[in-house]
Design a protein around this ligand. Sequence first.
Ligand SMILES: [Zn+2]
Length: 261
Amino acid sequence: MVQVKAIKAFSDNYIWCISKPDSSAAWVVDPGQAEPVLKYLAQAGLTLEGILITHHHYDHTDGVNSLREEFADIEVYGPVNSPFKGITKTLTEGDVITVLDTEFTVITTPGHTLDHICYINPALAFTGDTLFSGGCGRLFEGTAEQMQCSFDKLKRLPLACEIYCTHEYTQANLAFALAVEPNNRDLIAYAQWVDEQRKNNKITLPSTLALELKINPFMRSDIAGIVQHLPDQYNSFTKNTLQNNEPWQNFAGLRAWKDHF
Ligand SMILES: [Zn+2]
């Protein structure tokens, strides 16, 4: 089984390094910068064998070319419809890849971008900028309905599945989540733990699917009353076109509120 370690990049990105205790081979997910990866690999005595890309944004891809210069001919896996040109093996829904000795299934998760994919198996999920702990990515290219579908796919993972997203956004996400659900006891307890971690400059990831289902408002868009505290100016996203509130309409209202929070 593989192990996953965080390499810090930019101000709040994590580049996830996948390796095994008995091997010097490693993969990285979304290397937006090469330097911290090269430094980490050298210190850990690891050799890069491949790269996984979740979507085209620069803070997920800018380190790819330098890493391929350093480690010749390694594969770069990424979405088939990506504007990023550095992908050597293109992937789409249902593809299964092997990273070291571990299989991952590819799911398409449009919303944040149209090319976004996640790499999942029952134990681990690399969710990029789709599912964050306590939040979700901004809708730069896709719609709330698309993002709701993407979240529905992630909800089918086992409860114990570990969620590895790209950003340390948890604390800010939970401030918003508490505005949505001020009486959610699981959320209040998690926010206290996250505050403690961040006070000590410690990582809050990975999360688990079980935890996200309890505390993440975007995972909870199908729960009765989830939009009860939504300010009036965002109600149009949830109510104006259909008689019944669909989960994606709640999702849209919550996302619009978060954009201005
Ligand atoms: Zn992004």
